[in-house]
Ligand binder design. Structure first.
Ligand code: ADP
Ligand code: MG
Length: 221
């Protein structure tokens, strides 16, 4: 289980300074949805979890192991943004491999795994295609494939499907649901859209005046 206990962060440069406080739980195989309008502190939570911001107080525990002291590259965390950070001139396969070591090389075992993941996402015909020639939905699947190859147990999604058409968006939400279940991921999905949460979230939280509050009823699916 991923546990966040009273994690707090203050933007001191804002006048007046703004304090954010987060508590949440996500079991392996679950999706937690985080709702809130723009500027309510959703991305701040993901920055704290991935180690790009240092909290004032509180704890992050994965299966009772504290993560807060680890630098970002050592955290068991992958993050997917709306701007999916793909290299447009590299192929789908190269973009997936780059998630492992920061370059496009890989061992033959890693190449085989990358190809298998792309195939499982119905991208086998695009393996050697530059991602600039792929559709928005295909590009987001390549970005998700990269996340999966990294094989980190915590998956953070920051409004990743906002720019997609409704049908592709639903397809991607279903894919996140399936991947979370199959790989026993702890998935935190930030969105400003209630219907994303209705579609796939096991638990739903909402940012209210700088605090993360469980929605009622906050039951399992
Ligand atoms: P959301 O993802 O919900 O849109 P963010 O977590 O990105 O919200 O930002 C929450 C608030 O934190 C913003 O309204 C802003 O006041 C403050 N903030 C975010 N980034 C910075 C920054 N780099 N410097 C100062 N304040 C920031
Ligand atoms: Mg944000």
């Amino acid at each position: 289980m991923l546990q966040v206990e009273n994690l707090t962060y203050t933007y001191r440069e804002d006048k007046p300074s703004k304090l954010y406080r987060y508590s949440l739980r996500v079991e392996a195989g679950e999706v937690a949805g985080i709702l809130g309008p723009s500027g309510s502190g959703k991305s701040t939570l993901l920055d704290l979890l991935s180690g790009f911001l240092t909290p004032d107080a509180g704890a992050i525990l994965l299966d009772d192991t504290p993560l807060s002291a680890l630098p970002p590259e050592q955290r068991p965390v992958s993050i997917l943004f709306q701007s999916h950070n793909l290299f447009e001139h590299l192929t789908a396969l190269e973009n997936v491999l780059i998630g492992l070591h920061g370059n496009t090389r890989g061992t033959s075992e890693e190449m085989a795994r990358a190809r298998a993941i792309l195939t499982s996402m119905h991208l086998e015909s695009c393996v050697d295609t530059p991602v600039s020639r792929l559709s928005g939905g295909q590009q987001q699947r390549v970005a998700l494939a990269r996340v999966l190859l990294r094989n980190r147990p915590v998956l953070l999604l920051d409004e990743p499907f906002t720019g997609l058409d409704p049908a592709t968006r639903i397809e991607m939400l279903r894919l996140v649901r399936t991947l979370t279940t199959d790989h026993r991921l702890h998935t935190i999905m930030v969105t400003h859209d209630q219907t994303d949460c209705d579609a796939i979230a096991d638990r739903v939280y909402r940012m209210v005046e700088g605090k993360l509050i469980p929605e009622h009823p906050n039951n399992r699916r």
